[in-house]
Structures are given as C-alpha cells and as structure tokens.
Write a protein that binds this ligand. Structure first.
Ligand code: BGC
Length: 271
C-alpha cells in the first residue's frame, strides 16, 4: 500500500470487521464456508503466505444486468476507484488496491476468509443508502422505522442498493417507499420530511455478504419527523421485507450488519 493510501485510510485502519468473518454458518444461500481469519491477520499488511480462501460467486449474480462480469472477461475494463459511467466504483474508505494474482479489488478493511463476490454484484465497493426515519413516541422515546429482512429475518433499517446512475438522495426515498410503504411513493405528504435529512455516516459496512473482493458501503441519513407528518402515511412492509415496526433507540435490539452502530449515531445526534 502506498504512503498516500496509508494516510487516507488511517482513520479506519484500526477497525476490524466481524460479521463478514463468521464461520459458524455457511455463506448466505450456499454451502460455502469461510475459512477462519484471526483478528491479528485481518489486515492485508500482515503477511499470511498460506492464505487460500474458497472462491465463491453465487449463480444468482452471474449474468445479471446489475452485476459485473467476471474479472477474467477481457471486455470488462472498469474504471476502478472512479465513477465509471453510471457506476460509482469509488470507496468512501480509501483508494483500494488489487490482488497481484487475480487482479481483483481488495477489501480495504482486510481478509474475510472468502474470495469472489458471493452475493454482491460489483467487484469492489457496492453502494447502498439507509434512511433512518425517526420520531419521538407519545411516551417520549426516540424510535425509528425498522423492517424485517426477507433474506435472513434480521431487523434492519429499510435501506437498499444505489441503482446505476441513481443519486443517493433518490435511493433513500425509493427504498423507504419500497420497503416501508409497500411501494407507494407518497411525495406530497413526506416532502417536508425528505427535505430535512441529516447525514450520520458514510463508509464501510460490516455486512455478512462481504468478501475479500466485494464489500458494502453506505450513506446513512436521518429524517426526523418532528411534525408528525407520518401520522398521515400508512407504513407497511413491502418488497424485500416481511414486517415493519417502530423500534426504540435504547432497546438494544440486535440489528442487521452495522445498523446498531448507525442507531448509536442517531442517538448521539439527538442527545
Ligand atoms: C441494505 C442496507 C445495508 C447495506 C449494507 C443493503 O442490502 O439494504 O440496509 O446497510 O446492504 O449492509
């Protein structure tokens, strides 16, 4: 890693991912298991010559319009670390480097025990956006809208992937409509809410789908309903969600990927 990379990456260098090293269960939707990566060998800078993780790219990803071709495909010449046409291949963490043998991008946080793309469409960063819609309940508690994910039943913020060519601001509203309003894009009643977004986080996500060569990053924005605008809106799980409810910020309920961390940021921003 160059000195510039090192300086740019410094703020996150001490962070070590956990959820994308879990060896207790097979990789989502497969029989493939990660190899164990001890904490002290997560960083690529720590030499580990015998490291040979299994390579897995789910068949659901192959040939999809939202996914990249194989790295070995000669027609695939992406502009890495750049906005590549309609696809943002820039990492919020730092300019990523590449495996010298496979030429695949390397996860900026380090080893995950699995190579390939798993269930992720893009080599390198896969960008998402997470709207945290919050309110103060009648009992005076700060709470947020959560959905139960269909893929693994975990409770989560109703976020989703940024589509090619889409602005993050559009993704935030579209995903909330798809996941929490059963696809009803209610622009009128929520216009005021969407206009007061406050960014809480942008960066890497410790997502269980991450691999050595493909990982999730997100922008988290809080839309706080101080005026009760949501009282006129029907919230209902839709699309990739099976249930929806308001969760109290101090309930300490386990949440998907890094979402508990985002909720801590929400709490801090309201205290
Ligand atoms: C989810 C987001 C999440 C991101 C990273 C996306 O699939 O919809 O809520 O933050 O993955 O875990």
């Amino acid at each position: 890693m160059s000195i510039w990379n090192h300086l740019l990456c410094r703020p996150i260098m001490s962070f070590v991912h956990q959820k994308c090293r879990n060896v207790d269960v097979p990789y989502l939707g497969s029989q493939v298991r990660r190899i164990p990566v001890p904490d002290e060998l997560v960083k690529w800078s720590r030499e580990w010559t015998e490291y040979k993780p299994p390579v897995h790219t789910d068949s659901k990803v192959q040939g999809q319009v939202w996914a990249d071709p194989e790295i070995s495909d000669k027609t695939f010449q992406p502009a890495w670390n750049s906005v590549d046409g309609k696809i943002n291949r820039v990492s919020f963490v730092c300019p990523y480097t590449f495996d010298s043998n496979t030429l695949c991008p390397l996860n900026p946080i380090g080893r995950t025990g699995l190579a390939g793309r798993g269930l992720l469409g893009r080599w390198g960063p896969n960008h998402a956006a997470d709207p945290i819609v919050s309110r103060i309940s009648d009992e005076g508690h700060l709470e947020f809208v959560a959905i139960q994910r269909r893929d693994n039943s975990e409770w989560a913020i109703p976020g989703g992937m940024v589509d090619a060519g889409e602005q993050v601001s559009q993704t935030l509203q579209r995903e909330f409509a798809e996941e929490a309003m059963h696809g009803v894009v209610d622009k009128k009643s929520l216009e005021e809410l969407w206009s007061c977004g406050k960014e809480l986080y942008r960066g890497y996500v410790d997502d269980p789908r991450n691999t050595d060569n493909a990982w999730m990053e997100t922008v988290v924005v809080n839309f706080h309903d101080a005026k009760g605008l949501l009282k006129n809106v029907t919230l209902q799980a839709g699309d990739d969600a099976t249930s929806l409810r308001w969760i109290r910020v101090d309930s300490k309920e386990p949440l998907y990927a890094s979402h508990s961390h985002f909720i801590q940021l929400l709490k801090a921003s309201h205290s």
